[in-house]
Every structure is written in structure tokens, then in C-alpha cells.
Design a binder for this molecule. Structure first.
Ligand code: MRU
Length: 354
């Protein structure tokens, strides 16, 4: 039974509290962000990462900016909130949950302002909204996880990439939420976690959280996946998503597309688990999804150790796009969508299946 005996993110008297994921698995340290700028940097520097967790953190960041600025005059308060929105929106471009959460905070602010609320009351409304986003995220992941159990046979050997777990959400996780739900139902899944170069979210984070929950996990380097599929050691692949375009194309951690192609070559099911807030109907297809390019350091070093000759350039796209045709099913809190496409996704968001 998953009890999640660790803290991922939340609100404290002094500001936004974040488990510092850079320090895992060596140390469990909680970082306190006392200003909007500290929250924005924490997102950029991957203290907190994973699309839903980024959205939750941005919402808490707006609440923090409101709290810090609430004694200013109305015009300065409004300007501080505009600036908070803009700064947070510039942190990570691919995860749509970031923009979804910021839009939700902006709507709540507009509602309070239209009522004629004073700054103090607007700040309170924004904190309540941010806390609701955090709370709902965990509930949505639980629903999503349980919806996905039908895809997991007994004793399934599940390959996953990056970390789409409790550390990437406010609780429970998306891809790992499905694994957790299957484990809780006694299906005895085992997990193969891609280490996920260059930031090692699979090795450092997925392995850490599954081990904490007592779910069997084995780490492989990214280039071992094809070999293990060929030898019949993988039953299914399940990953999270940073953004799903209207036609069902999926942006997720770099390396995901390769796994989808391998899954097709080996006739294995390739599942994507994500909340509806990850679906972006305003983006027609994967080619229109902005792909974050990160700096040189994460590629040019393995941990602290430089692994490239000085002066050799690198490329570092942090995400790739898997075409919808490779996705066997999409698991959301509203249920499982087999072979997702434009029409079925639109219907899902309207509240109907099919
Ligand atoms: O760069 P990251 O660690 O933020 O990338 C995270 C991923 O790609 C996850 O798979 C995705 O955000 C889904 S998290 C539930």
C-alpha cells in the first residue's frame, strides 16, 4: 500500500517548500523559496520537475508573490502579479501544466478583482486556489492510476522512462501512479527504469521512490532497452507526458520517442499516462510543441565529472515528440482512451468517451 512517506511540495509559513530533487537519492532536503524569483529558479534548475509538479509549484509561486506584495498599493500589487505570471511562464516552455496552472490562477485573480476585493483578499483567494490545485493533482493521479490498472497484467514487467511518479506530481504520480495502483491491487508488477541521461531522473528519482514504496525496480542505462525488449524481458512501456497536442502527439522526456518506435518493432504496448491538464487543444500537433533546449553542463558532465573535451559543443533538447500513431492507449483521470486521436481526445475533454 502506497503511503508516500515523503514530502514533494507545498506551502509553509515562510514560503513555498520543495523537496530538492537535485540532491536525491543522497539527501532528502527541503528547500524554502521565500520570493518569486527563488521559485522561478527552482523550476528552471530542476529542484522540482515533472509537468504536474511544475504547474503546482507555479501556482504556489503566484500565491507567494501575492502574499509578499499585498501591502503595496493596488496598482503596484497588480503589477507584481503580472510580473510573477510572466516570470514563471518563462521558466520551462514544454510542460503545458505550467501554463494551465498560471491561467487558472489568473482566472481566480480576475474573479476576485471583479468582486472589488482588496489586495489582502485577492492574496488569500490565490493561496486557496494554489492549495486546491495541489490537492486536486494528487486526487487526479489516484483516479488516473486506478483507471490504468486494466492495462497491467499480473506480474507485468514494465519499462518506464524519466520520472512520472509522485515526485513529478503533488502525489502518487501518473505513469508510476498506474504502477502503484497495480501494486496496491496485488498484481505484482516489476519496473525497469531507464536511467534517463542526462539528468538521471530514472536512476535517481524513479528508483528512489519505487524502492521507498517497496515496488521492485531495476535500473538500466537508456541504451539497454532495445536489447531487453528483443529478449522478451519487457511486457509493456508506460511513460508520462509534458504536453499532448490536439491530435494526440505526445511530448515527453528525450528518449521517449525512441522507446515508442522500439515498442512498435517488438509488438509491445506503449502507454502514456497524463492528467487532462496535460492535453493542449490549442496546439494542433507535435510539430507545434515548443521543445526546451537546456544548457551544456548537464550533457557535458556525469554528475560532477566532465565527460567531454573542452570546447566540444553539445545538443541538449530536453524532450521529444512521439506521434499519436505509436500510442496504444492514453490513460487519464477520465479513463483509458485506446488509440487516441483528434476526435476521441476532444470528446474526452468534453466529458464523453469514444
Ligand atoms: O525535465 P523533467 O524532469 O521535468 O521531465 C519530466 C518528464 O518528462 C515527465 O515524464 C513528464 O513531465 C510527466 S511527469 C508526471
Amino acid at each position: 500500500m502506497s503511503t508516500q512517506p515523503w514530502f514533494t511540495l507545498g506551502w509553509g509559513e515562510e514560503g513555498v517548500l520543495l523537496l530538492d530533487q537535485r540532491a536525491l537519492p543522497e539527501r532528502e532536503e527541503v528547500l524554502t523559496c521565500r520570493s518569486l524569483e527563488e521559485v522561478a529558479r527552482a523550476i528552471e534548475e530542476l529542484v522540482v520537475r515533472g509537468a504536474p509538479a511544475i504547474g503546482c509549484t507555479a501556482a504556489l509561486g503566484v500565491a507567494l508573490a501575492a502574499r509578499v506584495s499585498r501591502a503595496l498599493g493596488p496598482a503596484a500589487f497588480a503589477a507584481a502579479l503580472d510580473q510573477a505570471h510572466e516570470r514563471l511562464a518563462a521558466t520551462r516552455p514544454t510542460a503545458i501544466n505550467l501554463f494551465w496552472a498560471l491561467d487558472r490562477m489568473a482566472a481566480r485573480r480576475a474573479e476576485a478583482a471583479a468582486r472589488g476585493d482588496a489586495s489582502e483578499a485577492i492574496a488569500a483567494a490565490l493561496l486557496a486556489e494554489a492549495l486546491a490545485i495541489v490537492e486536486e493533482d494528487g486526487e487526479i493521479c489516484r483516479r488516473l492510476g486506478h483507471a490504468g490498472v486494466e492495462l497491467v497484467p499480473d506480474a507485468a514487467r514494465i519499462l518506464t522512462h524519466c520520472n512520472a511518479g509522485a515526485l513529478a506530481t503533488s502525489a502518487y504520480g501518473t505513469a508510476l501512479g498506474v504502477v502503484r495502483a497495480a501494486f496496491e491491487k496485488g498484481r505484482a508488477p516489476t519496473v525497469l527504469a531507464d536511467e534517463t541521461r542526462p539528468f538521471l531522473q530514472g536512476a535517481r528519482l524513479t528508483a528512489w521512490e519505487l524502492q521507498r514504496d517497496g515496488i521492485p525496480v531495476t535500473v538500466i542505462t537508456d541504451n539497454m532497452a532495445a536489447h531487453l525488449m528483443q529478449r522478451g524481458e519487457v511486457d509493456l512501456i508506460i511513460v508520462g507526458a509534458d504536453r499532448i497536442a490536439a491530435n494526440g502527439d505526445v511530448a515527453n522526456k528525450i528518449g521517449t520517442y525512441g522507446l515508442a518506435v522500439l515498442a512498435r518493432a517488438h509488438a509491445l504496448p506503449f502507454y502514456v499516462a497524463a492528467p487532462c491538464s496535460t492535453i493542449d487543444l490549442a496546439t494542433a500537433n507535435g510539430a507545434d510543441i515548443p521543445i526546451e533546449e537546456r544548457g551544456r553542463d548537464e550533457v557535458a558532465h556525469f554528475g560532477e565529472r566532465p565527460v567531454l573535451p573542452d570546447g566540444v559543443p553539445v545538443r541538449h533538447p530536453a524532450f521529444d515528440v512521439t506521434p499519436a500513431e505509436y500510442v496504444t492507449a492514453l490513460v487519464t483521470e477520465r479513463g483509458v482512451l485506446h488509440q487516441p486521436g483528434q476526435e476521441s481526445i476532444a470528446a474526452l475533454l468534453r466529458g464523453h468517451r469514444g
